[in-house]
Design a protein. Structure first.
Length: 454
């Protein structure tokens, strides 16, 4: 029989542990653990991995090891066996972070945890080191009374997308065997609103190149009839949206709707940093646009810069396009549609070539299993209101990798990364009440699973 963990008052245990949680998050944020040796020393990632390894050992997971993956990153992998008849839960997070970018845009040192207005600022404070702390708080609150098996997986290259952990899942699936997988790398729809992420968009990027001339020619002598490659590129890119701002890629449905929690318009404007008076692009609700529909973003354009530009017609120009693909849509078919659209819509018979990047599949979580039911009840108990569901506009390739090797497992996505965290941006922060309540929810979730008949 599973060990009875229900007698532990996890709420008070976690509340008392919050000063330690802040100190530990400060230690972890101090590591400049960007998985890119061209930007930061490899030793910083190694140090963060060893810190995480020891922290989970101290939290009651006896067997925690560092495994080098094919991209050179260290995965922190550990396990604590399940009592007889009890389920096993895998707790995922990642210790690597995005580069800080222009430090002049930060109001405090990116790699020093700084408190302002009740929030804790620092690169990785939310994404995803705050979720590492969430897992530690939950495990420590239960201590020896935990009644489920636990697996720990903390990734070292998630932000770079180089696939080290996905390769490890394929090579050694036994390290990830679990009945329920908790992906601690998302967050609530807003502070205090318990939310589980049930969908992720996939990705289908391309790079489009347009050529019109053998080389640059004088705009005064040839301007007019000589086709400008940059103008041709701008024109074809303009066909990817209509006047309302909706994506209108030929052959791609852009009318899907979202049936979970809504995303308030004013909240979105604030979260995204829209300038006063600037309208949102597209029709439909914000939730429809960011969670249920395909979305095309122009990531970059190669063309002459303004400073130093000459009075010459551009013979060639290129753009990298990011296409986010919602659940229910085949990413390969979406990429095919985008390529066909670009080839058909480029004006003046200009030469157009499209380079395809690797596609990533969207993800939809199961919501009909005992794990989801236990999480729903635990989130409601921790926050005092029912749990809602949201999507995630971004992609987490690991979810699909785990779904392939664990077809019977439930995969749930949650965490401390609510919109005000501004993950990946300057002045990333976390609300400590989110860390505390999400840790309570996770501990209650483990208690419920321990007391179930699973």
């Amino acid at each position: 029989m599973p060990v009875d963990a229900s007698s532990v008052d996890v709420r008070s245990e976690i509340e008392e542990a919050m000063p330690r949680a802040k100190a530990e998050l400060a230690e972890l944020v101090r590591f400049t653990s960007v998985h890119d040796p061209l930007q930061f020393p490899v030793e910083e990632c190694t140090g963060a991995a060893r810190w995480v390894q020891q922290a989970f050992i101290d939290a009651g997971v006896p067997d925690v090891q560092l495994i080098e993956t094919v991209d050179g990153s260290l995965a922190v992998v550990g396990s604590r066996p399940a009592p007889a008849g009890a389920p096993t839960v895998l707790l995922y997070s990642h210790y690597d972070v995005q580069p800080p970018g222009d430090r002049k845009l930060w109001d405090s040192e990116p790699f020093e945890l700084t408190e302002r207005d009740g929030r804790w600022y620092g690169r990785g404070s939310a994404d995803c080191k705050g979720n590492v702390i969430m897992h530690l708080l939950a495990l420590r609150a239960l201590g020896e009374s935990i009644g489920v098996g636990v697996r720990i997986v903390c990734e070292g290259s998630e932000e770079m997308g180089t696939g080290g952990l996905e390769a490890l899942v394929e090579q050694r699936p036994e390290l990830f065997a679990a009945d329920v997988v908790v992906i601690g790398d998302t967050g609530n729809a807003r502070v205090g609103l318990p939310t589980v992420t049930t969908t992720l968009r996939g990705i289908a990027n391309v790079v489009v190149h347009v050529e019109t001339l053998a080389g640059e020619v004088h705009s005064g002598m040839y301007g007019g009839p000589a086709p400008d490659a940059l103008a041709a590129l701008v024109q074809v890119l303009s066909t990817l949206r209509n006047e309302q701002g909706d994506n209108v890629i030929d052959g791609l449905d852009g009318t899907q709707t979202w049936d979970g929690v809504e995303y308030d318009v004013e909240q979105f404007r604030s979260d995204a940093g829209l300038l006063d008076g600037v309208a949102l692009a597209g029709s439909g609700s914000v939730a429809d646009a960011v969670w249920a529909r395909p979305a095309l973003t122009i990531l970059g354009i190669d063309c002459p810069p303004v400073v130093g530009s000459a009075a010459a017609i551009s013979p060639r120009a290129s753009a990298r396009l990011n296409l986010r693909v919602p659940p229910g849509m085949d990413p390969q078919a979406a990429q095919d549609a985008l390529v066909a659209h670009l080839e058909a819509r480029t004006p003046w018979n200009a030469r157009v070539t499209v380079e395809r990047e690797a596609v990533g599949s969207p993800f939809r979580a199961r919501t009909d299993g005992p794990g989801y039911a236990a999480l729903s009840a635990s989130m409601e108990e921790a926050f005092g209101q029912p749990m809602g569901t949201a999507g995630q506009g971004g992609s987490i390739p690991l979810c699909n990798a785990l779904a392939q090797v664990l077809p019977d497992a439930e995969i749930v996505l949650m965490g401390v990364e609510e919109p005000r965290c501004r993950i990946h941006a300057p002045n990333e922060s976390v609300d400590p009440t989110e860390i505390e309540k999400m840790a309570v929810a996770e501990a209650l979730f483990l208690q419920r699973l321990a007391g179930s008949d699973s």
